[in-house]
Structures are given as C-alpha cells and as structure tokens.
Design a protein around this ligand. Structure first.
Ligand SMILES: [Zn+2]
Length: 193
C-alpha cells in the first residue's frame, strides 16, 4: 500500500503573475489526495488555502481553492465562537436540568424511555440499537449523552421546555449555524482557483 505521487502541475495564480503547484497522489486502495502549494509571493500574502468537503452520491471529496486570508480568519473565528457557544449551552443545560431529566426517567422501563427519547421511534436510535447502547454502557450514561449539544432539542422536548431559556438558546445557536453555513457558501463562490 504505497502512495504514488504524480508530477506537479503548474497553474496560474489568482493575480496572474505567477503560479501555484497542484501535486496529487493516489494509492492502491483508490484513495486520492491533492496538495496545493502557492509559489507566487504576492498571492501567498493575499490568499490562504480553503479546503472543504462535498458529498456527492455518498462520496466525500475534498475541494481546494484560494480565499482571502481576511475571510479565512473570519470563518475560523466564527467557527470557534460557535463551538464555544455550543459547549457553554451544554454546560448550562446540564447544570439546570440534569436532575429533572434523571427524575423524569426514574423507574421507567427501557422501552418506555426509548419511546420518549425517540417519539415512538421517529428518531434515531432504533429500539434494538438503543438496547445495544444500554447494554454496552449503562442507562445512566445513555441518558447523560443527551446533554451534548446536538441532542439538547430532545431534552427540551421531553421536559416540555418549549418556552424556556434553553429553547431560545438552542434556536439562537441554530441560527448561528445557518449564518456560518451561509458564510461558507459565500466563501466558496468567492474563492478562486
Ligand atoms: Zn499571484
């Protein structure tokens, strides 16, 4: 299993006065990677490499383009802020609601717990998967996992917190996620190759 590197391909850089190199390599397993190296001095001041995944027909492909360093920095700051907000909300939710959450499920059968968590099977996980999770860890740990950011909407639904601060903070973060996605989409359109 060895990587085979193809000879570098020269492409004209965004300013038009120099070039960058695209080096691709692949292995026997059909894996494929690209590396982009800016060779133009003024473009390397102006631009950084912007990498993003696209998923077409279940195949994730990495794409590259050049994006203004200022915009790259903005995207990175926004992503960090979003991650911090999510973490803070997890901590808040756990502090405020974990006791009520545990009390809510106390003494209920596994199947009934699953029913509430998934609205009778409308959401992940399926009943056999849920049983397997509980078997491999514990019910307490499974319930605890719902305080991770992405499953907080389940906590809000089960505990009927639709008009709470928790719910409004969840919605605020969902809005931040949409904004960041819009920024990325804008960045993809404004990046250059
Ligand atoms: Zn250039």
């Amino acid at each position: 299993m060895s990587w085979e590197e193809s000879p570098p391909i020269e492409r004209i850089c965004p300013c038009g006065n120099g070039h960058y190199l695209v080096i691709s390599r692949s292995d026997d397993w059909g894996r494929f990677e690209e590396r982009w190296e800016m060779q133009c001095r003024s473009c390397s001041v102006e631009y950084g490499l912007y990498a993003y995944d696209s998923n077409r027909k279940g195949l994730a492909t990495m794409h590259y383009s050049w994006l203004s360093r200022v915009v790259l920095q903005e995207l990175s700051i926004a992503a960090t802020e979003l991650a911090q907000s999510k973490e803070a909300l997890s901590v808040y939710a756990r502090t405020e609601f974990v006791e009520r959450w545990n009390r809510h499920f106390n003494g209920k059968t596994k199947k009934n717990v699953w029913r509430e968590l998934t609205e009778d099977g409308k959401h992940y996980p399926s009943l056999p998967t849920f049983y397997a999770h509980v078997r491999h860890s514990t019910m307490q740990r499974e319930l605890d996992r719902y305080f991770e950011w992405h499953t907080l909407p389940t906590v809000a639904r089960v505990l009927e917190l639709s008009r709470s601060e928790l719910q409004s903070r969840i919605e605020h973060i969902q809005e931040l996620e949409r904004l960041l996605e819009a920024k990325h989409s804008h960045a993809r359109q404004n990046s250059v190759t």
